[in-house]
Structures are given as C-alpha cells and as structure tokens.
Design a protein around this ligand. Structure first.
Ligand code: ATP
Ligand code: MG
Length: 157
C-alpha cells in the first residue's frame, strides 16, 4: 500500500529510457532528497498512470526535446511532475483531453494514432486512489502533467 517514490520514479524512467534515446529525446529523472518518502496507492495502477503520461510525453515531443520527471513532496501529498518540450495542447482542447477517445486533431503526432484512452484511464485510476491529475500546456512549448497522491504517514525504512 505504501509505495516508495524513489522506486516509482526510477522505474518509470528506466522503462522509457531506450525509446527516448531512439527518439533523440533527453529523459531525466530528478529524485527528491529524501529517499524514504512513500505514497498510498496500488503499485500497478500508479505505474500504469505514470506509463500513460510518459508515453504521451514521448509521443508528442519531437526529436531534440527533453522530458523531465520529478516529484514534489509536501506534508500530506506527493505530486509527480512530468514535463516535456513537445508540441503542446491548444487551450480549447485542454479541458477535454481526459475524456474517453478525445484526441487533439488526429494524426498530428509523428508516431501516428493512439486511441485517446490513455489519459481517461489515468484519471480513472488516480481518482480511484483518492488522488488528482491535472495538466498545463502551451502550444509549441510543451506540456506538464501533475499527478498528486496521498503521502504515506509512515515512510519506508
Ligand atoms: P492512447 O493513450 O490511448 O494511446 P492518445 O495518446 O492519443 O492515445 P491520451 O493519452 O488520452 O490519448 O491523450 C489524449 C490527447 O491529448 C492526445 O491525443 C493528444 O492530442 C493530447 N496529449 C496528451 N498528452 C500530450 C502531451 N504530452 N503533449 C501534447 N499533446 C498531448
Ligand atoms: Mg496516450
């Protein structure tokens, strides 16, 4: 139930490192200073959420771009922050990206289509864990996703 944040961050970045290198993207992880901080949640679900968000960052960032993965640790919450320097999302589309099957103009990504389900599923899982997911974006500048989960009161040894 209590999952160490360091392991989650390292794991997700490891899973995408090879693909990032192939796409000529710089993928960096920034670990919080305390290595015993934990969040409450289902480990498989948290990993699926982070994978969905990071796969978007890779899919919608052109070569030469950069993706940063970090966690902001507060007293009662931990926020995972995934930011990219990709194509961004127009302001009028941003409120809709968590809807099932919603995609910002089909086929604008160089790797072609997804189904538009990734973020809808991510939000469902985050809400099931009592957390929150939100997104900020600017066209041609990039996107940042914030996934907030409850911090475990007792950190890992
Ligand atoms: P799937 O995840 O099901 O393979 P998808 O990636 O198209 O397909 P979502 O992950 O739900 O679907 O994202 C919805 C839409 O939001 C995407 O189609 C894309 O237009 C936009 N989007 C999501 N993440 C980003 C991002 N990091 N940068 C730019 N656009 C994004
Ligand atoms: Mg996706």
């Amino acid at each position: 139930r209590a999952i160490p944040v360091h392991g989650l961050l390292k794991g997700v970045v490891e899973r995408f490192q090879l693909q990032a290198a192939k796409q000529e993207l710089s993928l960096r992880v920034h670990l919080p200073p305390r290595q015993d901080v934990c969040v409450y949640g289902d480990e498989d679900m948290v990993n699926r959420v982070l994978d969905n968000v990071l796969s978007n960052a890779l899919k919608y960032t052109p070569p030469g771009g950069r993706i940063d993965v970090r966690a902001d640790v507060a007293a009662e919450h931990v926020t995972f922050i995934i930011s990219d320097t990709g194509i961004g999302i127009p302001a009028e589309d941003l409120p809709h990206v968590f809807e099932r099957f919603y995609r910002v103009e089909k086929g604008r990504s160089r790797r072609g289509g997804g189904t538009g389900l990734g973020l809808a599923l991510a939000r469902e899982m985050v809400e099931r864990m009592g957390g929150d997911i939100r997104m900020e974006s600017e066209v041609q500048r990039g996107t940042t996703v914030y996934v907030t989960l409850r911090r475990a009161e007792e950190d890992a040894a």
